[in-house]
Design a protein around this ligand. Structure first.
Ligand code: ADP
Ligand code: MG
Length: 273
């Protein structure tokens, strides 16, 4: 195996990045894939959302492994990865990761420290999803530099124009300077209140504005209080509310993501760049 690495990124907070990592990740595992979820956000919401309420008490986190890369220390096979009962592995984060971000600024090859770490685990997985922090700081740059693909959740309530352009320009820069093969899988609309016209307008506007350049996933993730409950329980939406509309949507997203892969393998991915 040689994992496809997908960075789930948007520098705006609260748009559904972490929720998408959990439910796309577990969706892929349910489809028979070997999945590692990497928490690259010092706030550790992914770690917490997968049932580890006190990340600062974990013996090993991404912080330790990135430190080892920086100091050239050996890493044991899959050192520090945790197993979630729903069939995914997790590389957790803790708040110390924010200090790492500072040390990265002065490091040699500072953009590729995370890539170097992932190179030590990628042969164990078919998919690695990176949950990015809500900024375009060094950790996010590292995630984008390490990724084969970027998936961009966008909350349906907010007009993303400016923030999205900044993210796209960071992706463009990464592609030109350090990661020429980087592709954008697409923009994912999240927290869509399907009852309102407003949500339909945002969806149409986004598709109008970006649809010719970037895929906007057909799947839209509906808003549901069940989603918040599921991460509070450390479970996916499939375990918390099977048969619910959000579970169904994340299942459809999983299918779309797998379809993009297949099309790319055949060289027919259309507008996905
Ligand atoms: P981010 O990682 O971009 O900050 P999160 O995935 O943590 O975003 O989502 C922000 C908040 O919104 C969380 O409390 C989460 O439980 C909630 N949330 C995410 N997706 C949905 C949804 N489809 N419906 C309702 N609440 C959601
Ligand atoms: Mg998050």
């Amino acid at each position: 195996m040689n994992a496809q690495i997908i960075a789930v990124s948007n520098q705006k907070g609260g748009v559904g990045k972490t929720t998408t990592c959990i439910n796309l990740g577990i969706g892929l595992a349910k489809a028979g894939k070997k999945v590692l979820l990497v928490d690259a956000d010092p706030q550790a919401s992914l770690t917490i959302g997968l049932g580890n309420p006190q990340p600062d008490r974990l013996p090993v986190t991404l912080t330790d492994l990135l430190k080892k890369i920086l100091t050239d220390e050996p890493i044991l096979p899959r050192e520090g990865t945790m197993q979630h009962p729903e069939g995914v592995d997790l590389m957790p984060a803790d708040i110390q990761l924010s200090g790492m971000e500072v040390s990265l600024v002065n490091a040699m090859s500072r953009e590729t420290i995370l890539r170097q770490y992932l190179n030590t685990v990628k042969y164990h997985y078919s998919h690695i999803l990176i949950d990015c922090q809500p900024s375009l700081g060094m950790l996010t740059v590292n995630a984008i530099a390490a990724a084969d693909r970027v998936l961009i959740p966008v909350q349906a309530e907010y007009l993303p124009a400016k923030g999205l352009e900044q993210l796209l320009s960071t992706v463009g820069k990464a592609r030109r300077q350090i990661n020429p093969g980087l592709k954008i899988d697409g923009i994912l609309l999240t927290m869509v209140d399907t009852r309102t016209n407003f949500a339909k307008e945002i969806s149409a506007l986004l598709r109008d504005t970006y649809g010719s350049r970037i895929r906007v996933f057909d799947t839209e993730i509906p808003h549901s209080v069940r989603t918040k409950e599921s991460s509070a329980e450390g479970k996916s939406i499939y375990a918390h509310d099977p048969g619910g509309k959000v579970a169904e949507a994340y299942q459809n997203l999983t299918k779309e993501v797998l379809k993009i892969e297949k099309q790319r393998a055949k060289g027919k991915a259309g507008i996905s760049r």
